[in-house]
Design a protein around this ligand. Structure first.
Ligand SMILES: Nc1nc2c(c(=O)[nH]1)N[C@H]1C(S)=C(S)[C@@H](COP(=O)(O)O)O[C@H]1N2
Ligand SMILES: [Mo]
Length: 210
């Protein structure tokens, strides 16, 4: 495994043991062109799918040793992880101190075991949305599939039953109502990425459009 994945896993383990104080950027916590808001706007494609927990499935497949389709009970039986992070939307709002609860990306990769050649990840939502990231971007201590926000189940409008959270990228990289996670050895562009949004989506370099 790459050294940086090991370093990220060590930070994750320290967080879980309660030994890691949260690292918050001091000088540039607010990325360029963003403003802090206290509310939580809703952004979608005009569809907010109602997925009952009994019907919910998360299929995790592609270049992995152990593809799985998790139902809600199986998902909730995985190691649970809580983390606080800031949220940056490309439409220029940021909200600080979002408290997420769910299953860490590391826990999912330990379960499905991505193959060595995996370089990218593709995500699909129940509303037909899709997005993509590099594998590196999500092998991090703050990425998770969240089912709770600020101690309550994530509401339908915000992507419940479960959504992807990738705090270091603009929020469109996190699929709400997540239905599939696919590990790949090449990049496939998602819904906004084919429509001119940046593929890399780094808030701190104002990396909004390609
Ligand atoms: N499935 C799905 N996921 C999605 C979207 C969407 O339309 N469908 N919108 C994205 C965008 S552009 C943003 S900014 C965030 C918004 O999350 P929020 O509505 O909870 O603020 O979700 C992202 N994930
Ligand atoms: Mo967005």
């Amino acid at each position: 495994m790459k050294d940086k994945y090991i370093a990220a896993k060590e930070r994750w383990a320290a967080k879980r043991a309660g030994r890691a104080p949260r690292v918050v950027r001091s000088t540039d916590r607010l990325p360029p062109g963003q403003r802090e808001v206290k509310n939580f706007p809703v952004l979608d494609m005009g569809i907010q799918p109602e997925v009952a927990r009994k019907d919910w499935r998360l299929k995790i497949h592609g270049l992995v040793e152990n593809p799985v389709t998790l139902d809600w009970e199986q998902f909730m039986a995985l190691d649970q992880f809580a983390d606080t992070s800031d949220f940056h939307c490309v439409t220029t709002w940021s909200q600080y101190e979002m408290e997420w609860g769910g299953v860490s990306f590391f826990t999912l990769t330990e379960l499905v075991k991505p193959k060595d050649e995996v370089s990218h990840v593709f995500y699909k939502g129940y509303d037909g949305y899709s997005t993509n990231t590099t594998f590196d971007a999500v092998m991090d201590d703050d990425t998770l599939i969240a089912h709770t926000w600020n101690a309550a189940p994530i509401t339908t409008e915000h992507g419940g039953p479960a959504r992807v959270i990738i705090p270091k990228l603009y929020a469109w990289k996190g699929a709400k109502w997540v239905s599939e996670i696919i590990f790949l050895d090449r990049d496939i562009l998602g819904f906004w990425e084919v429509r001119g949004y940046s593929n890399t989506a780094d808030p701190w370099t104002d990396d909004r459009f390609s």
